[in-house]
Design a binder for this molecule. Structure first.
Ligand SMILES: [Zn+2]
Length: 422
């Protein structure tokens, strides 16, 4: 592999890491010391500064928009044509891995460097983008904030007034770090967008396939419910007189797990259902649980399947609580619809993989990405590289260098095709 991308990634792997030590191999990872680069942090600024420097060295002209998105432009021979954009995000979760997001930005910069090495003349302008605040780990109101702003789903005022976990606004931290620009990117000026990203799941690693071409991004429903029973003495209340909220909650946990498994096995579109949040009140050893708050996460590429599992879960809870004499209150569910990515881009990426002799498979992304916002304004595609053991959002997140190289080769090939006006 061309060493400069490896060098960039090793260098940036130290930024925001507790130990401040760069990591060059899986064996050097420390399960307790991941990277923390939430938007607005010093580590995030250091990584932004380095990214801008790399973009400039690669010959890109750098512009920053109002919410801190960084754009590096390589002019095209037909410069008034719409651009082809590649990139991802620089922020991370707390104590996460260094490749989630940053890999996509530096892969984009590397792809441009390779085009320059070959004297490749792109007709369309090429833009490498680093989006602000994808993870929502600091500014929780808006995950995928930067791309939401770019595509017009969020206004600048709404984005900039969002406060982080320390109570500071995005405007304050961007101004302080020198990343509140005044450039305005017109979303009509983007023809195509591609994001290279780690898979964050086990499919590619398990099957030993270096590149995934994403066809769909799963939709998500978050369903919240509060089950109210009666909190009484755990020693003196006979079993048949109990209205134990946790027992009902436990049945609901098993229900969604079983139904999601059954649906996944019987349907064409995959579905997953998780009870990710559980809060028990009063949570005392000697008190029958009086109240339980439950949070269900339901994901699928089929909105209909998501709706079906949501409805079944609600009616199961209603039926069971009624039968047992408890109350249940459902909070209105929050749904992001599944996104189907562009067939044309899937085929372009596939052709690039075939040309470079890289094995690939078409797949679905269970995690959300800036790509799903970008799909609302441009032809959009996504390239996955394997996550070792499927681990991500963890200090143990890793992708082998060979797989990164294959992903970048495919990205570069697809970028060449998309930068031609047809
Ligand atoms: Zn990411």
């Amino acid at each position: 592999m061309v060493n400069r991308l490896k060098e960039d990634l090793i260098r940036t792997s130290a930024m925001g890491r507790v130990s401040n030590r760069p990591v060059a191999s899986y064996g050097q990872l420390d399960s307790k010391a991941g990277v923390s680069r939430p938007e607005g942090s010093l580590a995030n600024k250091v990584l932004r500064d380095f990214t801008v420097k790399c973009m400039q060295t690669a010959g890109l002209s750098v512009r920053i928009d109002r919410v801190g998105n960084i754009f590096g432009r390589k002019d095209g021979s037909m410069n008034r044509e719409k651009a082809v954009m590649v990139g991802s995000h620089l922020d991370s979760v707390i104590n996460g891995g260094h490749l989630d997001g940053a890999l996509g930005v530096f892969a984009g910069i590397e792809a441009v460097r390779r085009l320059c090495d070959e004297d490749f003349q792109n007709q369309r302008p090429i833009e490498v983008v680093a989006f602000t605040g994808e993870e929502g780990s600091a500014f929780m109101v808006g995950a995928m904030l930067g791309s939401a702003f770019l595509v017009g789903k969020m206004s600048a005022d709404e984005a900039l007034s969002t406060r982080n976990t320390h109570g500071r606004t995005l405007q304050e931290v961007l101004t302080e770090n020198g990343y509140q620009g005044d450039f305005e990117y017109c979303s009509d000026d983007i023809d195509a967008f591609m994001e290279l990203h780690i898979e964050q799941g086990p499919a590619l690693d398990t099957e030993n396939i270096p590149v995934g071409i994403v066809e769909h991004i799963s939709g998500i429903t978050w369903l919240k419910s509060i089950i109210t029973g009666v909190g009484r003495h755990a020693g003196t209340t006979p079993m048949h007189l109990r209205q134990d909220a946790l027992v009902v909650a436990a049945d609901a946990v098993r229900f969604i797990n079983r139904r999601a498994l059954e649906m996944a096995q019987s349907q064409i579109s995959p579905i997953v259902g998780t009870t990710g949040y559980l809060s028990v009140y009063p949570n005392n050893m000697n008190v029958i649980p009086a109240m339980v708050k439950l949070g269900f996460d339901i994901r699928s590429t089929s909105l209909k399947s998501m709706q079906c599992l949501t409805d079944e879960t609600i009616s199961f809870l209603n039926g069971l609580t009624q039968e047992k004499g408890l109350d249940v209150r459902m909070e209105s569910s929050d749904t992001q619809a599944p996104v189907k990515l562009s067939n044309a881009i899937v085929r372009t990426i596939e052709k690039a993989a075939v040309r470079t002799g890289v094995r690939f498979k078409r797949m679905t992304s269970g995690a959300g990405h800036d790509t799903q916002n970008m799909a609302s304004i441009a032809k959009t595609g996504m390239i996955f590289v394997p996550s070792v053991k499927g681990i991500s959002h963890s200090p143990m997140e890793w992708t082998e260098w060979d797989d990164i190289e294959k992903g970048v080769s495919v990205l570069t090939g697809a970028l060449k095709d998309l930068s031609a006006c047809k």
